[in-house]
Ligand binder design. Structure first.
Ligand SMILES: Nc1ncnc2c1ncn2[C@@H]1O[C@H](COP(=O)(O)OP(=O)(O)OP(=O)(O)O)[C@@H](O)[C@H]1O
Length: 228
């Protein structure tokens, strides 16, 4: 029995207006992502990868085409609906960890829950996530007292704190040495395999892409499939 894909993208276009010039960042992208997949999005600089993530994450509206996440159509959402999508359905991890320097690791993670109006203490299932990420004993530290790899793990914990339907990771190992990169990639793999987290990850690194089940290529705003 085949389930409806958690992400369905059809004929998606995004055109930016830069002065008098139209920049066609996405030119008809089609993609289905099954629940529980881990997909690497690869492609040269300027091919449209970040634009695709910005549309999927509700940060920017598409120009045409459709995007369904968990059955909801993003292309016709109001700004308020897109904000809700960002809060409830999508988790983001970036190359820069974007942690608040004055807050402890614990509060950096919990802030998502405060904003979301949810519980202010970690429940048992989230303690499991923290254990998986290997940061239980780092919760009282501020970001400057953590290594880059540890900061990225805190950022990942924050991204999955609300149990998002999809996790979007944009070059999550771009700032890390090879040892920390491997640790972060193994954690993403664990989140995927043990908790069934659906993950899309942009990367320039073929070794990072090899952690995914499937690799898709962006080129000039279009997508071509590719095997890992
Ligand atoms: N806000 C914007 N206004 C105008 N043009 C933009 C904007 N954002 C992106 N672009 C253009 O859209 C195209 C796709 O950019 P995008 O950032 O999506 O590519 P990318 O594949 O993520 O690149 P990189 O790997 O360098 O991050 C590029 O030509 C870029 O210059």
């Amino acid at each position: 029995m085949s389930e409806t894909p958690i992400i369905q993208i059809r004929d998606l276009t995004k055109t930016y207006r830069a002065g008098d010039v139209d920049v066609h960042a996405l030119r008809g992208v089609n993609l289905d992502v099954a629940k529980g997949e881990f997909i690497a999005v690869v492609g040269s600089s300027g091919s449209g990868k970040s634009t695709l993530f910005n549309v999927l994450g509700g940060l920017t509206p598409p120009t045409s085409g459709s995007v369904h996440i968990g059955g909801k159509d993003l292309s016709h959402m109001t700004n308020a609906e897109r904000t809700k999508l960002r809060k409830d359905t999508v988790g983001f991890v970036f190359q820069k960890y974007n942690l608040l320097p004055t807050l402890t690791a614990e509060d950096n993670i919990k802030i998502v829950k405060y904003i979301g109006g949810h519980a202010t203490s970690f429940d048992d299932s989230f303690e499991e996530v923290l254990r998986l990420l290997g940061i239980v004993d780092r919760m009282k530290h501020k970001p400057r007292a953590l290594s880059g790899g540890q900061q990225q793990r805190v950022a990942i914990a924050r991204a999955v704190a609300n149990q998002p339907a999809i996790l979007l990771a944009d070059e999550p190992t771009g700032n890390l040495d090879s040892q920390n990169s491997a640790a972060v990639l193994n954690l993403l793999k664990d989140l995927n395999e043990r908790l069934g987290q659906t993950i899309l990850m942009i990367t320039h690194d073929p070794e990072a892409a090899a952690y995914a089940h499937r690799r898709v290529h962006m080129r000039d705003g279009q997508m071509t499939p590719g095997a890992v």
